[in-house]
Write a protein of this length. Structure first.
Length: 160
């Protein structure tokens, strides 16, 4: 019991000395991952779509369309490694997951090692997948490996 109290007090002390700021507005995230100024996470942004492809129908789940505050949040996580950005992205993405949907595991598509170096040495995709794994209580399986470097998709049109 004393250990739990000690951990709780250390968390309070850490919040006072180094509060986590929202990567979008700079406001204090008093109860991460919620930002009172930006109103993120926001259920209205979550996207669930049933699409059809060469192998049949598939479900697309997303925290939202990549524009506005969500785009700034993704960039804060990928390029600036902003504290709190991953937690906000995880919370926003979890809003798209239907509560009755059952999965066995979570599998992330990894970034190429060269791309990780270009972005400052960390794999933002793997970090996000670890957060989602914890939030959704799913094991994270490393089943895929990126073997070929591909040019960034940034700046390309949808058809490309």
């Amino acid at each position: 019991m004393a250990r739990i109290r000690g951990l709780a007090w250390s968390g309070v002390l850490l919040d006072l000395l180094a509060p986590i700021g929202c990567p979008l507005c700079g406001g204090r995230l008093s109860t991460p991952p919620d930002c009172p100024r930006c109103a993120l996470p926001d259920r209205a942004l979550a996207v669930r779509e049933l699409r059809s492809g060469g192998s049949g129908p598939y479900l697309v789940l997303s925290g939202g369309w990549l524009r506005g505050p969500l785009r700034r949040l993704v960039h804060a996580h990928k390029y600036r490694h902003a504290p709190g950005a991953r937690e906000l992205l995880v919370a926003q993405t979890c809003l798209a997951v239907p509560p009755r949907l059952r999965w066995d595991a979570l599998v992330a598509v990894p970034s190429h090692a060269t791309r990780c170096r270009e972005r400052g040495g960390s794999d933002a995709v793997a970090e996000l997948a670890r957060g989602l794994s914890r939030a959704l209580r799913l094991p994270l399986r490393r089943l895929l490996r990126r073997v070929r470097y591909t040019p960034p998709l940034t700046g390309r049109r949808r058809a490309e």
